[in-house]
Design a protein. Structure first.
Length: 358
């Protein structure tokens, strides 16, 4: 049998095909150029978006952080805390802001990193940190006491605010909230843009494009089993949500959510005061049964209203039902305009097992 042997060149080193290194360098240069072009394009697109949609509210600086807020109405104060991926405009678009402002002083903040609020990178932004900033902003705006109305991720902030300063929180309205940690595939997948370094590259280059492609599916999931309302299709500022700066805040909050719920869960029994829990029975983002119903059962003074056929974005799907539920809750806890904000609690907390207006 003949045996073939390969001979190494002198010095024992293998030779590379001619042109291999220039080819690799060329591919790398093209990739870097493409990423740079995408980053510049996304930056310019974000600036154009902000010029088309300038801030409609005012600004307040608390602890070195500039927060954007919208305020309307007179009377006892309600503070609205929005969920993930949106801003205070979510409450305006749903109509809930105006409905409540007819009888109350309503303040809706952009949480740090959302809308036009800053989110400095040199500090943590846990639910507790955001609650501390919210309480500080309320003090600056002469809103020492208020009822907090919160949706989704914002419920974590509202509960932490109540735990930190129960004497200042007159009551809580918690919509579509997440209170106990569960295994969530969206946390690692959608949280990637929050990773320092690699995440920064992703969010300024690929994330806006991926977000545009995924947006229809995400909205369908958020509203299911209901359809996405026409007012939301026409009015939702998806281009604001897809700015690289807001994508970082959205990703960070998504990644933190199970951890934040895990830290909060053992403290829930310490929550005092009246609480109204509102949930859609078909919520595909957080389970009505395992989150909202459970919370209402475990909280002293907890009430729940479940809306049939509504999903996670129930304040858009059933805005009038949600507004009436909140107004009824405020009457119950004597937060009526003209009563001086005095609290007249009932002898025993009232628990509504379920209310299903269509």
């Amino acid at each position: 049998m003949n045996q073939l042997t390969a001979r190494l060149p002198a010095g024992g080193k293998t030779s590379r095909p001619a042109g291999a290194l220039p080819l690799k360098a060329g591919v790398a240069a093209i990739a870097i150029s493409a990423l740079t072009a995408a980053a510049v394009g996304n930056h310019l697109a974000a600036k154009r978006t902000e010029r088309r949609r300038p801030p409609t509210g005012r600004f307040v600086t608390v602890d070195g952080v500039r927060l954007h807020y919208q305020e309307r109405g007179q009377g006892p104060t309600l503070v609205l805390v929005h969920g993930n991926g949106v801003s205070s405009e979510d409450y305006v678009l749903s109509g809930l802001f105006d409905a409540l402002a007819q009888r109350y002083r309503v303040i809706a903040f952009d949480r740090p990193g959302f809308g036009y609020s800053e989110r400095p990178r040199n500090r943590p932004w846990t639910a507790q940190d955001q609650a501390r900033l919210l309480l500080g902003a309320m003090s600056v705006l002469d809103a020492e006491e208020a009822v907090l109305v919160a949706h989704s991720w914002g419920t974590l902030v509202a509960l932490q605010a109540q735990l930190a300063a129960p004497e200042r929180i007159r009551g809580l309205v918690l919509m579509s909230g997440y209170y106990w940690p569960t295994a969530r595939i969206d946390a690692p997948l959608l949280g990637a843009p929050a990773i320092p370094g690699l995440g920064d590259v992703i969010r300024v280059t690929a994330s806006p494009l991926i977000g545009r492609l995924m947006m229809p599916l995400m909205l369908k999931q958020m509203f299911s089993p209901a359809k996405v309302p026409e007012h939301f299709r026409q009015g939702f500022a998806s281009d604001m949500s897809l700015r690289p700066s807001q994508l970082r805040a959205t990703a960070a909050d998504t990644a933190m959510m199970p951890l934040e719920a895990g830290k909060l869960a053992p403290q829930l029994t310490a929550v005092v005061g009246p609480v109204l829990v509102i949930s859609g029975d078909g919520d595909k983002i957080v389970s009505c049964e395992h989150q909202s119903r459970r919370l209402a059962r475990e909280l002293l003074g907890g009430e729940i209203q479940v809306i049939e056929g509504a999903g996670h974005m129930l304040h858009h799907t059933a805005p009038q039902v949600v507004a009436q539920a909140i107004l009824g809750f405020l009457r119950q806890i004597a937060m009526e305009p003209g009563l001086g904000g005095e609290r007249h609690p009932e002898p025993e907390p009232r628990r509504v097992a379920e209310s299903l207006p269509a």
